[in-house]
Design a protein around this ligand. Structure first.
Ligand SMILES: Cc1cc2nc3c(=O)[nH]c(=O)nc-3n(C[C@H](O)[C@H](O)[C@H](O)COP(=O)(O)OP(=O)(O)OC[C@H]3O[C@@H](n4cnc5c(N)ncnc54)[C@H](O)[C@@H]3O)c2cc1C
Length: 283
């Protein structure tokens, strides 16, 4: 099938883009970034936007920079930018470890980091990264700019705090301390598929004990989130298999798993236990 008719806009600046969005958003005007989620759903006519605002000609949005202890990722930075570490240290390594689980190579050369975050698929790897590391989203509209914390941004399946006239101009990720360890583990049935469950963890080891633990789970609930119950099971304990097992149990107990035609809630809960433990072992 072919998409329903739409009007195409190609702004050259962020100001022009938000001015266009202010006009067309009420008529289901949408931002077009990498098109790797939007174009397929338009082809199936699951979405019929009357206007597309293509941001790919906006040079300022290709920015990938370090600013005030944070990595700032502009709206046109593609997944493929992270195939190699973009910065030295654990954060750069974490992003390049995670990126290869996103779809397939051609999709990673077009799809954008911010597009994934704006799309907010529960099984998006970047959404899990943002939630686990407490990233910030910078939203711009003709009304001004606001910064939204991850815990307030993800609201449910493909639902975020962004208003229809807001452009996500960048995502900011805080650096991890130089001695931070991280681990990521994803389960899906075929390589390149969306995760059925995945976990991202990070912690430091100080005087032989786990400090500053972060445990995030994605794919299992309508939105990715940090699980404080699992983090509490790790903090101040030695990084042993007993501690990892206790955190994995706490994660499995804390979630309220989604169910679908092929995956029961019970199975997803079991997977959460496994992916959390394996992510901790990798760290
Ligand atoms: C076969 C296949 C497999 C895939 N597997 C995975 C996977 O395993 N993991 C995964 O995470 N993704 C996967 N994807 C999705 C892919 O990562 C997309 O690139 C991503 O979800 C969306 O990014 P995009 O830049 O292509 O956004 P688009 O498709 O252009 O847009 C998606 C949505 O976000 C909105 N949007 C985009 N950018 C902005 C912005 N800056 N501000 C406001 N709104 C915006 C659009 O209006 C639209 O509603 C897969 C896609 C395909 C086709």
């Amino acid at each position: 099938m072919k998409p329903a008719p739409f009007r195409y806009h190609a702004p050259k600046t962020v100001e022009e883009a938000v001015a266009t969005l202010a006009q067309v958003a009420p008529e289901d005007g949408r931002v077009l970034a990498g098109g790797q989620s939007l174009v397929p759903i338009m082809a199936f006519r699951l979405a019929r936007p009357a206007h597309l605002v293509d941001i790919n000609n906006i040079e300022a949005l290709t920015r990938l920079a370090v600013e005030g202890g944070k990595l700032s990722i502009g709206a046109c930075v593609r997944h493929a930018a992270f195939h190699r570490p973009v910065i030295e240290g654990p954060l750069g390594n974490l992003l390049s470890a995670v990126v290869r689980h996103i779809a397939h190579y051609p999709i990673r050369t077009r799809g954008t980091f911010c597009g994934s975050v704006a799309h907010a698929d529960p099984a998006s790897e970047w959404c899990l990264v943002v939630a686990t590391l407490d990233g910030e989203m910078v939203a711009r509209s003709a009304r001004g700019t606001r910064v939204i914390a991850a815990k307030d941004f993800f609201q449910g399946i493909m639902t975020t705090a962004l208003s229809e006239d807001e452009l996500l101009t960048e995502v900011r990720l805080p650096f991890l301390p130089a001695d931070a360890r991280f681990g990521f583990y994803e389960f899906n049935r075929r390589a390149g598929d969306f995760a059925i469950a995945m976990a991202l963890v990070a912690f430091r080891v100080q005087n032989g004990m786990i400090a500053e633990p972060r445990v995030g789970v994605g794919g299992a609930e309508p939105r990715p989130r940090r699980l404080v119950e699992a983090e509490a099971a790790l903090a101040g304990r030695a990084p042993t298999s007993e501690a990892f097992g206790a955190a994995a149990e706490a994660a499995a107990a804390a979630i309220d798993p989604m169910e679908d035609a092929t995956t029961s809630a019970e199975y997803r809960r079991d997977l959460v236990r496994t992916v959390t433990r394996r992510a901790l072992e990798r760290a």
